[in-house]
Design a protein around this ligand. Structure first.
Ligand code: ATP
Ligand code: MG
Ligand code: MG
Length: 360
């Protein structure tokens, strides 16, 4: 089919629509927010709540396949659409990534390494689990956490006291506190016929719990790179996933050896993969569109080194500064209103590896 329906109208939806247009495909964005940045670049859009059954049915009838740019698509919305039109990456991927407990159980089944964890439904559960993890851990709500919201770091028994109530007495998980060297991520894609490709891993730096930069190459060993790719490919294969996934990992140094633990997965294109737009033959957005359209994947080969820098909040100076560097590729999302902590755009600082003909 040639019309791709996208649930969600943020910058990820916008960049997916731009890739689709480039490849001659049409997009129809569905989002409740009338000011969505993706509307500007789509062919059609619907402004309606995700629970609006009639609007969803009209949307399903107007598109050939549905994808999404955020993981908190309500379960009934995904199921209603799925009954009428293919939903890719898939309903199961949504169910898993909406709930940290289900996600960890799935990752265990997929045989990838993760931090130790325990299901927490009471302060008593928490006290017991903390004993198992030497009194330290990260307590996270099972659902709706992002940018470090919905989690509490526990480093002492004082931190642990009353922590379950402080989190809001909601279903939670406790994770072992990991003393990582740095955070990295892998962008992986799987096509309808089961072919997987994965990009080079990026080293991620956060400020105020929000991604600030992603750097490639990440400066890890070839073995670590292979392990990261293998784990990411196991995760998408076990889910019969179709599309792009972001896999966040912790890099540890143990006895002079690098080791990886998977932190969390995002069933969509990912902020830490924006560098692929200007440093790879196929960007993560092109790749996702190709996958959900049922097309063959493109090469994930990287032709340049890159540092992706997020433009967060009101930083107009920063955008202008970026333009003075001819090797900086500026991406702005066309958001009319700047707010503190809001992602307004990003810059890819590119260092091309290829030399111009005649140079030595
Ligand atoms: P995102 O916005 O990436 O979806 P999130 O709110 O879902 O974030 P996580 O990625 O699980 O939360 O955790 C946020 C950050 O907290 C991590 O990037 C990491 O720096 C730190 N963190 C999370 N879990 C652990 C852990 N088990 N041990 C040590 N640090 C952790
Ligand atoms: Mg998360
Ligand atoms: Mg995270």
């Amino acid at each position: 089919g040639d019309t791709i329906g996208i649930l969600g109208g943020g910058q990820l939806g916008r960049m997916l629509a731009q890739s689709a247009a480039k490849m001659g495909l049409k997009t129809h964005i569905y989002c409740p927010d009338p000011g969505s940045p993706a509307f500007d670049v789509s062919n059609t859009f619907t402004v309606a709540p995700y629970e609006d059954a009639d609007a969803l049915d009209r949307f399903a009838a107007a598109v050939d396949v549905v994808t999404y740019e955020f993981e908190n698509v309500p379960g009934p919305t995904a199921s209603r659409l799925h009954a009428k039109v293919p939903v890719r990456p898939g309903v199961r991927a949504l169910e898993i990534s909406q709930d940290r407990l289900f996600e960890k159980q799935y990752l265990t089944k997929a045989s990838v390494d993760i931090a130790g964890f325990a299901e927490i439904n009471s302060q008593e559960d928490l006290d017991q689990a903390l004993q198992k993890f030497n009194g330290k851990g990260v307590l996270k709500t099972r659902r709706f956490g992002y940018d470090g919201k919905g989690q509490l770091m526990i480093r002492s028994s004082a931190d642990g006291n009353g922590a379950y109530a402080a989190l809001g007495s909601v279903p939670a998980v406790l994770e072992q506190l990991i003393a990582f060297e740095c955070e990295v991520s892998v962008i992986v894609a799987r096509s309808l016929d089961g072919t997987c490709v994965s990009y080079d891993i990026a080293r991620n730096h956060h400020e105020n719990h929000i991604l600030k930069t992603s750097t490639v190459p990440a400066g890890v060993t070839a073995e670590t790179l292979n392990t990261a790719r293998r784990m990411a490919e196991q995760i998408v294969t076990g889910l019969e996933y179709v599309g792009v996934m972001g896999v966040e990992m912790f890099l540890l140094q143990e006895d002079g050896e690098e080791r990886l633990l998977v932190n969390e997965i995002a069933p969509r294109v990912h902020n830490s993969g924006h560098w692929t737009q200007d440093a790879c033959l196929t960007s993560q957005f092109d790749q996702h569109i190709r996958a959900v359209a049922g097309w063959p994947l493109g090469s994930a080969q990287r032709h340049s080194d890159a540092v992706m820098e997020n433009l967060i909040g009101f930083e107009a100076d920063e955008w202008h500064a970026a333009l003075s560097d001819p090797n900086a590729c500026l991406h702005l999302y066309g958001k009319s209103e700047t707010r503190e902590g809001r992602k307004m755009g990003h810059v890819n600082h590119i260092k091309a590896k290829a030399l111009t003909e005649g140079e030595t």
